[in-house]
Design a protein around this ligand. Structure first.
Ligand SMILES: *[C@@H]1O[C@H](CO)[C@@H](O)[C@H](O)[C@H]1NC(C)=O
Length: 156
């Protein structure tokens, strides 16, 4: 997907807990679980963004600032990225400075310092997919969660 589509979405429902089952098996052959607890009122709020990694250009920085404001107003719990995280050709390795230039140093607003659940787009597959799903990126920026796919197990 090549067009910029950055739409904040708020989901408020009586979700008790959103459990994300990873579709990769670990050594004990059980699905890893990421648990995203709800707020005390039972709700979860999040933003969804895709097609973003442009080192701040193509209005990425402006969109990031607006996400920061909206994220604060909605008191978001996490961000979902639908892919095409790094243009044009993904990243080359976990040490590719695009990770800092297009992610860490762009989404700096306090409200965006939450888990980011990322998947990969066609532009990401043009680069090194293993780099984006590497645990090394979480050491660089603890927000980063990237997998090929997820199974979402939510209450309501
Ligand atoms: C950035 O946004 C402005 C205002 O909407 C627009 O005029 C401009 O073309 C955009 N720049 C790029 C590179 O997309």
């Amino acid at each position: 997907m090549d067009t910029m589509r950055d739409k904040p979405i708020k989901f408020s429902s009586s979700v008790f807990c959103l459990i994300i089952l990873l579709s990769v098996y670990n050594s004990t052959a059980e699905l890893r679980r990421l648990v995203q607890p709800p707020k005390s009122d039972g709700t979860l709020s999040f933003l969804v963004v895709g097609d973003w990694g442009r080192r701040g250009s193509y209005n990425q920085s402006q969109v990031a600032r607006q996400m920061g404001k909206t994220g604060m107003n909605l008191n978001i719990d996490f961000v979902i990225s639908t892919g095409d995280n790094f243009y044009d050709d993904g990243i080359t390795s976990p040490y590719d400075c695009q990770f800092q230039d297009s992610f860490t140093n762009i989404y700096t607003a306090p409200s965006l310092q939450k888990p980011w659940y990322n998947v990969l787009g066609n532009h990401d597959y043009r680069g090194n997919v293993d780099a984006q799903i590497s645990p090394i990126l979480k050491d660089f920026d603890c927000r980063w969660v990237c997998l090929r796919s997820y199974v979402v197990n939510a209450g309501n």
